[in-house]
Design a protein around this ligand. Structure first.
Ligand code: EPU
Length: 419
């Protein structure tokens, strides 16, 4: 298993370009099943989750031609309508293939999806199942597999009892080829949902309202060939911005959309970090000390739960107490135990809330990355700590951050990958 060795007390400088958004690309790849025409995706990040998703598509029988950051997918005729546990167990986003399979072939069989262990037990899929049921699918659970059938999905009126990003996207993918109109209410409003709807509309779909709580989809008979440029990853943007602040470094973040992390930049103003933005660039300046500030994660445009772990590390370097309230997932604060081992003063109030008392010196430690976002938070902790930090299980980090060690070395970080 690979590890990272990080030598701390880092001062970084220079510029870093943001890659394509994982959580956007992971929905466009399964969307390719909706059309029998070729789909070209560029600015595709080279990360483990994308590799798994493309392998899954090949396993289903699609043609996939990949070069560097581009892929051409043709899903003219798939031989299989079943998601193999080999892929489904590793990737929560494997569930995004189900709607397109049902829509185009009238059936799908899949095990409960895996992925980051950040929510209670296995992360639920009740909203997905309720959505397909509302569209007329017959659902059975046999020998560890969900089996779904529907001659043709039909439009429906569906209310999300919990706001869900992939739930919203799954219903869009299912409704595009359905018979009639689908009205989705209490939808998530993340930029990746808008990008998905714009892309499908360019292929001939009729989706309106993406980016608002109500989305209306008029079903159509088929979709044309498509082209998609994966937008910049707003979580990478925010992560690099927090990394710059935590190491008190001036870093220029390019190829990004600062407007998509507006809430983080507003928090930066409160905690003493200055920055300069243009439409596609963000410069984080050195600061003269950080002030603690409470946060509460929230659906977009609130503070993304995916930025909570890096922000928690940042607060170990701020003066005062900050309450970190993780509202979405109940296992995403467990990693703070490792920060405590490094010298942080963190009190867990309950699974959703910790208080970070700063400022504390961190000391290098042997750590294991439990999930993607906690993993990158540990990299940041390693960069600011005294001495050496070893991070195990970095597959979790490679799932979402392309060549992160190489890109951070270019900023002056001392980080080595040990295979
Ligand atoms: N939920 C249900 N039932 C469902 C689905 C979700 O109760 O059927 C609950 C979840 O347990 C959670 C809440 O709804 O409490 C919101 O979860 P959501 O469905 O929005 O999460 P997701 O769609 O599974 C996506 C991202 C996550 C990101 C969240 C929140 C993808 C592939 N994943 O997950 O990304 O944290 O939205 O923004 O888009 C990551 O990139 O590290 C990551 C985990």
């Amino acid at each position: 298993m690979s590890k990272f060795l990080i030598t701390g007390n880092a001062r970084l400088s220079g510029s870093i370009a943001v890659g394509g958004a994982k959580n956007s690309a992971l929905k466009i790849i399964p969307a390719a099943i909706l059309s029998d025409q070729p789909i070209t995706i560029s600015n595709l990040p080279r990360i483990e989750d994308i590799d798994r998703s493309l392998e899954l598509l090949v396993d289903l029988g699609a043609q996939v031609e990949r070069q560097e950051h581009q892929v051409i997918i043709t899903a003219a005729k798939l031989q299989k309508h079943e998601l193999s546990p080999t892929f489904a167990n590793k990737l929560r986003a494997s569930i995004m293939f189900v709607g397109p399979l049902l829509a185009r072939y009238g059936r799908a069989r899949f095990p409960h999806p895996g992925g980051c262990v950040i929510g209670a037990g296995t992360r639920p899929i009740d909203l997905f199942l309720a959505g397909w049921q509302a569209m007329g699918a017959e659902i059975k659970f046999n020998h560890g597999f969900y089996e779904l059938k529907a001659k043709r999905l039909r439009g429906c009126d569906f209310f999300f009892t919990t706001v869900s990003v992939t739930g919203t996207e799954s219903m869009i993918l299912s409704a595009v080829l359905a018979d009639g109109k689908t009205i989705l209410k209490n939808c998530a409003m993340e930029p990746e949902i808008v990008a998905l709807a714009d892309y499908l509309n360019a292929q001939g779909a009729q989706i309106s309202g993406a980016g608002s709580p109500t989305i209306i989809i008029e079903g159509c008979d088929s979709l044309m060939a498509g082209e998609f440029i994966v937008p910049p990853d707003r979580i990478e943007t925010g992560t690099f911005a927090i990394m710059a602040a935590a190491t008190n470094s001036e870093i220029t973040i390019t190829a990004c959309r600062p407007a998509e992390i507006e809430i983080l930049l507003n928090i930066f103003k409160k905690i003493g970090i200055t920055f300069t933005t243009t439409e596609n660039q963000l410069i984080i300046h050195k600061h003269h000390g950080l002030i603690a500030c409470d946060i509460k994660t929230h659906e977009y445009p609130g503070l993304a739960t995916d930025l909570q772990s890096p922000y928690t590390v940042l607060m170990t370097q701020a003066q005062g107490a900050s309450l970190i309230h993780e509202t979405i997932y109940d296992r995403r604060l467990l990693f703070t135990d490792m920060l405590t081992q490094m010298g942080a003063n963190i009190v867990m109030c309950d699974p959703h809330r910790v208080v970070v008392n700063g400022q504390t010196k961190l000391t290098g430690h042997k750590l294991t990355s439990p999930d993607l976002r906690a993993g990158i938070a540990m990299v940041i902790a390693g960069l600011i700590a005294d001495g050496q930090t070893e991070i195990d299980n970095i597959y979790q980090i490679d799932r979402g951050y392309e060549n992160i060690d190489q890109r951070l070395r270019a900023l002056g970080a001392k980080i080595e990958r040990i295979d």
